[in-house]
Design a protein around this ligand. Structure first.
Ligand code: ZN
Length: 579
């Protein structure tokens, strides 16, 4: 005998065998028992949740020789014929392939004849949302006044596409996605009865992957069993479904938690070498991120909400290594990268960039401390008590060391001296005339920093990074120490463009080369405006025009083809506006 697919072998034959649709089972059974049988039903819900099966059970319940009964016998000729799909009274119509008005007209012709051997003529219209508007209108007339011996069962995965006029003439039943736990239970039963050898972890994977659909779950199980008649393991299921698998995703998340960029990239490399799909890696990592996020909020969540990872030990350990915000940011970046990878010619690069930025964002845990320091600096500047930007840090560092202002890292004896060495009295300030402390260097420190900065700018040009140079050179070096260079910008645009990942990477590379150590670029808004009139002018200009290029007026006149214009457009991401 030909092999019958598992999902057909295990199609529920009575209401009690329906999995995960208790609400529908109860209502339908009550309706039949009390003799309140509707003339039109609308079954809606995701695919594989039992709509067609329920329709057939309902047909049997109505036409069984014992019936109408909520427990069809499945033995009589009526029941058997309905199960086999050759009953003369039950019509299964696939609206996806019979969607026109002619099919509905034919249907209207046949419904007036009495049933052949049952009590009712039952019309099951699958995927009913596919009908054309004319077909719906034709159907509507029939639904309004059907003969007493006719029952319509409309099934759809997209109930919103069904006209309200049809809706209002049907009893609607919403089928739910079946919980992974219930699917797993049912799969275990099937495995047991069919004497298959399948690991519980493999069943768990299949249940999770079926996404609430029992038919999908059974089909996957079928495939797995066909692939390996001996023993189905979690690994084999992963292989078949192209899943990355928990172990790998946990390793990857572990590397991200440790902020270990190198390990992260190596794991990704290994996965890609194994032939895994980059998007699948990102997707499963995002799902695991969701598990961590949910676990952090609701440790008992794994039993309430379906989660990708359910290993409590892993969840507890890894969720403790991230903050809420980091998890939210991580999931967002992964989703963005996943979308981007769809169109990217090199999805691998997209994935690598996303993972690195997550490592880096996580690494920026000191970020808040840094912001606190900058805020403290700004406050002291505003109060006019500190003559230079670096002074509060330097002085506090050497004398009082209050926690908020202390440089976090240990200074090595061989490390270069900080550029700013001494406190300048307020009277010496270059911009004293403005009555406000300015975040600029004074004396030799300024000169030295200026020289280094000039060298950095020069190297950028020498490297051919003209767009980057044009942007960063709008800024002014405010502080340069062992770890970071703070650059102040008058214009928001130049600041934001300079600190974006692509430009930042180039700038930091050159800074590291010139300074002989890694130096982090920190861009801030605002520099000594009054002492730098050209910059102030620039602010005005950029504020006025949409395009932030310094030569806006001319740009409009120049051909877009001109290399300089093209470069400007690339740099600023703007468009030419004619004035
Ligand atoms: Zn029967």
């Amino acid at each position: 005998m030909a092999y019958v697919a598992l999902y057909r072998q295990w199609r529920p034959q009575d209401f009690d065998a329906l999995v995960g649709q208790d609400h529908i089972r109860t209502t339908l059974k009550n309706a039949i028992n009390s003799g309140r049988i509707g003339h039109a039903y609308l079954f809606s819900g995701p695919r594989g949740t039992g709509k067609t099966s329920t329709a057939k059970i309902l047909a049997k319940a109505l036409n069984c020789v014992e019936g109408p009964t909520s427990q069809p016998c499945n033995q009589c000729s009526c029941c058997e014929r309905i199960t086999a799909g050759n009953s003369m009274d039950v019509f299964e119509i696939d609206a996806a392939s019979n969607r026109g008005i002619d099919e509905i007209r034919d249907l209207r012709e046949t419904i007036k004849f009495a049933p052949v051997d049952g009590r009712y003529k039952i019309y099951i219209i699958d995927e009913v949302h596919m009908l054309t508007t004319e077909a719906f209108n034709a159907l509507l007339k029939t639904l309004e006044e059907p003969p007493a011996h006719v029952v319509f069962i409309l099934a759809t995965t997209e109930p919103h596409k069904i006209p309200a006029t049809i809706h209002s003439r049907c009893q609607r039943y919403d089928f739910h996605r079946i919980e992974a736990g219930e699917i797993k239970k049912r799969l275990a039963e099937v495995v047991n009865r069919n004497q298959l050898k399948v690991d519980p972890e493999a069943l768990q994977l299949i249940a999770a992957h079926a996404d609430g659909g029992m038919r999908d779950a059974l089909s996957i199980l079928d495939q797995c069993a066909a692939l390996d008649t001996e023993h189905v393991t979690a690994d084999k299921v992963c292989n078949l479904l192209g899943l990355i698998g928990h172990e790998w995703v946990w390793r990857l998340a572990g590397a991200l938690a440790k902020r270990d960029s190198a390990e992260t990239l190596l794991i990704l490399d290994e996965l890609i070498n194994m032939g895994q799909d980059v998007r699948q890696v990102l997707l499963e990592l995002a799902k695991h991120g969701r598990s961590l996020m949910l676990f952090k909020v609701l440790p008992a969540g794994s039993s309430v909400m379906e989660m990708y990872s359910e290993d409590q030990t892993v969840l507890a350990e890894q969720s403790a290594q991230f903050t809420h915000q980091e998890l939210v940011d991580m999931i967002r970046s992964l989703h963005e990268a996943c979308n981007e990878a769809k169109w990217s010619p090199e999805p691998r690069i997209t994935a690598e960039m996303a993972l690195l930025s997550i490592c880096r964002r996580v690494a920026a845990a000191d970020w808040e401390a840094l912001i606190a320091r900058v805020n403290a600096l700004e406050n002291s500047l505003a109060s006019g008590s500190m003559p230079t930007v670096s002074v509060p840090v330097q002085r506090k560092y050497s004398e009082e060391q209050p926690p908020a202002l202390v440089q976090p890292s240990v200074r090595q004896p061989s490390a270069p001296k900080p550029v700013v060495q001494e406190i300048k009295p307020v009277a010496e300030m270059k911009t004293a005339s403005s009555g406000m402390a300015k975040p600029v260097f004074t004396g030799p420190a300024k000169e030295e920093a200026g020289k280094i900065w000039a060298a950095i700018l020069k190297e950028l040009l020498a490297d051919g990074k003209r767009s980057v140079h044009a942007c960063i050179s709008q800024g002014e070096i405010l502080q340069l120490d062992e770890h970071q260079a703070i650059v102040g910008f008058a214009a928001k645009f130049s600041k934001e463009r300079s600190e974006r990942e692509d430009f930042r990477a180039i700038i930091e590379k050159v800074m590291a080369h010139v300074c002989g150590r890694p130096v982090r670029l920190q861009c801030v808004l605002g520099n000594s405006e009054t002492s730098l009139p050209p910059a102030a002018e620039h602010v005005e200009k950029t504020n006025r025009a949409e395009i932030a290029a310094p030569k806006t007026e001319k740009a409009a006149a120049v051909s877009v083809e001109h290399p300089a214009v093209r470069e400007a457009l690339q740099m600023f991401g703007g468009k030419i506006i004619k004035e």
